[in-house]
Ligand binder design. Structure first.
Ligand code: C5P
Length: 398
């Protein structure tokens, strides 16, 4: 599954470094070639000799050694496809985010030209420390993929988050990376997300329970696949994921969302994940309405954003348009009807009976296209985001 892939493994100073040896074995078995660099701390926990035996290559530890003319800190990432920092200590992640380079491992990350995957490993207090969380968020914003640690009894005897992910899970994350990396290079995607906010007066509004989680996950999956992503999301949705390929634009109402989407065109991909309010308040007030004035709201229909983009004439219409259908009954029939009237190539249909989906971490969806109805297993919103990115890639290939 990883034939021909070249992994540069960076081993930093945590007890979990012994698991890096197992990871090398798994990667090699999967067909990858592995070359490793160790920090001085990493070399205390995993000996360069063990690493060399398993990789069949020199284990690099020194910035300037016998091979100094080769400039390891530059060359190592040039001849790799992915840099995996396993384990990644709090200190190493801090150094990375500050752009420091005082040994081979930190300098090669500074001079890197390849994607980075981090498998953090540390004590629970270190994991929860706000300074560390800031650094981790910064590392993600700089484009790193994080394989989260587990909550368990830690090597120090304390219990909590910080135990490094198992080698098999890290292998999976690496395989996921290669399944998606670069598949959408050069494409521009627009994703709408979250519930729109329709003002009643200067302090009150109407909205819905959409969290924006699914839209965030789709935007991140597309960005990690190489697309440049414009995420048009509502002011009350969860914080946008940070990724160098992702540009978030905050909007309030459906009208603003439509305008921002149109302004972001041209695009190759449009994913309408937003829970757009069907109606806006026609007689909204620019000041706060007093209680004793009473409230008699009049509504008018909002524009249908996905329909207005999905039915654009070529070449303005994005090559692939994806819509959602949240239904309580007749899921597939309604989704199929929506697909044609709204000009979508794919409708991701999900049942919202009994409040399912909104704000949840998981989603159960059915892909409805012109040719097929494909129910998917229940999966995390992150995983569904990846499934949608994969579907889009396949559709654009045809
Ligand atoms: O008609 P319904 O709201 O169920 O359609 C859902 C799909 O249409 C979603 O993809 C949603 O983002 C999109 N939509 C839209 N503009 C609207 C209403 C829905 O883009 N005004």
């Amino acid at each position: 599954m990883l034939e021909g892939k070249r992994i540069l493994l960076v081993i930093t100073g945590s007890i979990a470094a012994y698991k890096s040896l197992e990871l090398i074995r798994l990667l090699t078995k999967a067909g990858a070639s592995v070359e490793a660099a160790l920090t001085p701390g990493g070399a205390q926990f995993a000996t360069p000799l063990s690493v060399e035996t398993l990789t069949g290559k020199k284990a690099h530890t020194e910035l300037w050694d016998d091979d100094a003319f080769e400039m390891n800190h530059i060359e190592l990432s040039r001849r790799a496809d992915l840099i995996a920092v396993v384990p990644a200590t709090a200190d190493f992640i801090a150094k990375m985010t500050r752009g420091e380079g005082d040994d081979l491992a930190s300098t090669l990350l500074l001079a890197k030209n390849k994607p980075v995957l981090l498998a953090p490993s540390m004590n629970v207090e270190m994991w929860e420390n706000p300074a560390f969380q800031r650094n981790l968020a910064q590392a993600e914003a700089d484009g790193a993929t994080v394989v989260p640690p587990q909550s368990d009894e830690l090597a120090c005897g304390e219990v909590g988050m910080g135990k490094m992910a198992e080698p098999a899970d890290i292998l999976d994350a690496i395989a996921q990376h290669f399944a998606h990396a670069n598949t959408l290079d050069g494409k521009h995607a627009i994703v709408t997300s979250g519930g729109t906010v329709e003002r009643i007066d200067s302090v009150r509004y109407i909205s819905n329970f959409s969290s924006g989680k699914q839209g965030n996950a789709i935007a991140l999956a597309l960005a990690r696949s190489g697309a440049q992503v414009t995420l048009v999301h509502s002011v009350n949705s969860e914080t946008a994921p940070a990724h160098p390929n992702l540009r978030p634009i905050k909007v309030e109402s459906a009208d603003e969302m439509l305008r921002a989407t149109r302004d972001a065109l041209p695009a190759d991909i449009f994913v309408a994940c937003a829970a757009v309010c069907d109606f806006k308040v026609a007689n909204r007030s620019d000041r706060k309405i007093k209680k004793n004035e009473g409230l008699a709201l009049e509504f008018e229909e909002n524009p249908d954003i996905v329909q207005s983009i999905g039915t654009l004439p070529e070449p303005e219409r994005p090559a692939v348009v994806v819509g959602f259908a949240a239904e309580t009954e007749n899921l597939v029939e309604n989704a199929q009807a929506k697909r044609t009237t709204k000009g979508c190539d794919l409708i991701v249909a999900n049942s919202v009976r009994d409040g399912a989906v909104f704000g949840q971490a998981e989603n159960t969806a059915t892909f409805v296209t012109a040719n097929e109805t494909r129910p998917l297993d229940t999966m995390s919103k992150a995983q569904l985001g990846r499934e949608i990115a994969t579907w889009i890639h396949a559709y654009l290939q045809d």
